[in-house]
Design a protein around this ligand. Structure first.
Ligand code: ADP
Ligand code: MG
Length: 596
């Protein structure tokens, strides 16, 4: 690393001013990022009283000479950037040269540092921004920064600090995020001298992600991989069986820098579309590597916000890559990468957590993953000539990607759930959700292949609307027309429906249109034709799907499950609700206390 220099005034002014130090976690973030920039291989973070009374970050990085150490605590002193142009190609974590002086001005600050080529280190003590002592100190190579009594001289800011638990959770989130960006660095967090987090150095992001997100995700991670001329995406998204109530487990990195970007988060949701319930958040670690001049990271002093010059392209690539990862993983049978040589135990089907692993040619490695409805023990289902279930669209459908044995149907419960048995255990399938999924995918395929042919109504339907609704509908008319829905104004706020897509009944059209109008009224987001079309298809599928409380015979249920099996995403209805709940043998034995 080059020596520390003062930024030219012009550049200083170009850097957005602002506060870096908001709470203990922001201090830790700055100090840890400095350690990373100093090429540390192990970073230890110690806190007392959630960082309010003590924060200590020590590293084994390159350290600083006495002169550089003294300079590092001057405002705008940085070793990382020299010219205005550099601001636009920022590749290190820190670049503003304001963290250390800011932190030192609101705490009792000590830095002990020694570079490799010196025998003695330097100790600098600063209280409330005033240098109190500079001395030689025996020290290992690297840097230790100690921040005591944060905000001792700014009581107003101290008051804003939250409870110890809240502050600690901010701290562990910050460390989790930063550590995901640097799997090879070892991180440890001690709180009141007790080890709280230990992320050992690891060769792979997979391993670090499991450390950070919890071992439960290890078999549920779908690998994200995408590359084009403009950007490269990599990372993992966790299958939607594991979700959170907040976005705190969505970690986004742009050029290895942890960022926060609402657009990216909604692009991720778009990728999960149809797989997540409302209000649920997925677990994702996503790296976007993009030319440094295609992104501006200098938007906010805490450096978590970014601005992409071609944001639409980036968002689309992210949605597609996430969707692709999730679809592929489902086809392959599970998420993640099975460690070489290890055959995971368990052998269950698509409605179970556990995949079947097949050894090929007796190879000790996992060579191939196969998913089935779950039965190795299942009796083959008798092949009977069966009729199509009511309302089901006879679509050629893709080659069945699963083992052809469907589960054995035991009956219907509450007129709503199909009860079946497979090798996975006892399955409860929501008939409406399942049918919705089948219809939705069939509709989507049909629209992709043929567009939507309209069928002229012999007796047109009239639609009476309010003023707001009528304005909205006028804007939607061209889009509706491309869906085979011809609607014309009929004076005032009345419209007539002249044709509807052949796949949908005349009677169902009016409520669908009303819902479409209401949704467009509420959704202030930028109009996206694809998304809108998708919403329409979801509504159509929902209106046509078999209802709850409708008796079905065994044949109908079998057909429903067969069609479901052919779906790209048989696990969730298009609204994201689960289609099937599995009670494994283990679950049942636990329920009956055969095992504990
Ligand atoms: P910035 O990181 O934006 O450059 P800081 O105020 O965080 O600004 O740090 C100022 C300078 O101090 C850095 O540019 C770096 O040269 C030096 N420095 C800070 N922390 C460390 C560390 N842990 N190891 C080595 N050098 C450090
Ligand atoms: Mg810094």
């Amino acid at each position: 690393m080059t020596t520390v220099r003062i930024l030219p005034e012009l550049l200083s002014n170009q850097i957005a001013a602002g506060e870096v130090v908001e709470r203990p976690s922001s201090v830790i973030k700055e100090l840890v990022e400095n350690s990373i920039d100093a090429r540390a291989s192990a970073i230890t973070i110690e806190i007392e009283k959630s960082g309010k009374s003590l924060i200590r970050v020590s590293d084994d990085g390159i350290g600083l000479s006495r002169d550089d150490a003294l300079l590092s605590i001057e405002r705008y002193a940085t070793s990382k950037i020299f010219k205005t142009e550099d601001l636009f190609c920022i590749s290190t974590m820190g670049f503003r040269g304001e963290a250390l002086p800011s932190i030192a001005s609101v705490s009792k600050f000590t830095m002990v540092t020694r570079p490799e080529n010196k025998d003695t280190g330097t100790r600098i003590e600063i209280i409330g921004g005033k240098v109190r002592n500079v001395s030689d100190a025996g020290a290992p190579m690297g840097t230790l920064v100690e921040v005591k009594d944060l905000f001792f001289n700014t009581p107003a800011r101290k008051k804003f600090l939250k409870s110890d638990n809240t502050e600690i959770s901010h701290i562990s989130d910050a460390i989790a995020g930063i550590s995901l960006g640097h799997p090879h660095i070892r991180f440890r967090l001690f709180s009141n001298k007790v080890l709280q987090k230990n992320y050992p150095s690891s060769d792979t992001l997979f391993q670090r992600a499991v450390n950070v997100l919890g071992t439960e995700v290890s078999k549920k991670m779908a690998e994200i991989r995408y590359s084009d001329d403009a950007l490269t995406l990599s990372g993992y998204c966790v299958l939607p069986d594991i979700v959170r109530n907040t976005a705190s487990r969505i970690f986004l990195f742009v050029n290895r820098r942890l960022v926060y970007d609402r657009g990216l988060i909604s692009a991720i949701f778009q990728g999960y579309r149809g797989r997540l319930m409302k209000g649920r958040y997925p677990l994702v670690v996503l790296f976007i590597d993009i030319a440094f001049d295609s992104v501006d990271v200098n938007v906010h002093p805490t450096k978590r916000e970014v601005r992409f010059f071609n944001h639409q392209e980036v968002y689309e690539a992210v949605s597609r890559a996430v969707d692709h990862a999730l679809s592929n993983t489902r086809k392959e049978g599970q998420g993640g990468k099975a460690p070489e040589g290890e055959i995971p135990s368990g052998s269950l089907g698509i409605y179970s957590d556990r995949p079947i692993f097949v050894r090929e040619n007796d190879s000790p490695r996992v060579e191939q993953r196969v998913m089935t409805w779950g039965s190795l023990k299942n009796k083959p289902v008798e092949k009977e000539p069966v009729e199509d279930i009511p309302f089901c669209i006879p679509e050629p459908g893709p080659e069945p990607m699963f083992h052809p044995d469907p589960p054995r149907i035991l009956g219907q419960v509450l007129g709503t759930y199909i009860l079946a048995e497979s090798g996975a255990g006892l399955l409860l399938i929501d008939q409406h959700a399942a049918h919705e999924r089948i219809l939705y995918e069939a509709l989507r395929k049909r629209v992709t292949a043929l567009g939507m042919a309209g069928q002229t109504l012999l007796v047109p339907e009239t639609l009476e609307l309010g003023h707001k609704e009528s304005d909205t509908l006028l804007g939607l008319l061209p889009h509706l027309s491309s869906l085979g829905i011809e609607v014309e104004p009929f004076g005032g706020t009345t419209f007539i429906i002249k044709s509807v897509p052949s796949i949908i009944s005349q009677k169902a059209m009016t409520p669908i249109l009303r819902e479409v109008i209401e949704t467009s009224l509420m959704d202030k987001n930028e109009f996206s034709k694809d998304r809108w079309l998708d919403d329409c298809l979801i509504l159509m599928a929902c209106h046509k799907a078999v209802r709850a409380n409708l008796r079905m015979n065994v044949m109908e249920m079998q057909n429903l499950l067969k069609d479901l099996e052919k779906c790209e995403n048989p696990l969730h209805c298009p609204h994201g609700r689960p289609i099937c709940v599995t009670l494994t043998q283990n679950d049942l034995e636990k329920l009956f206390k055969r095992i504990v």
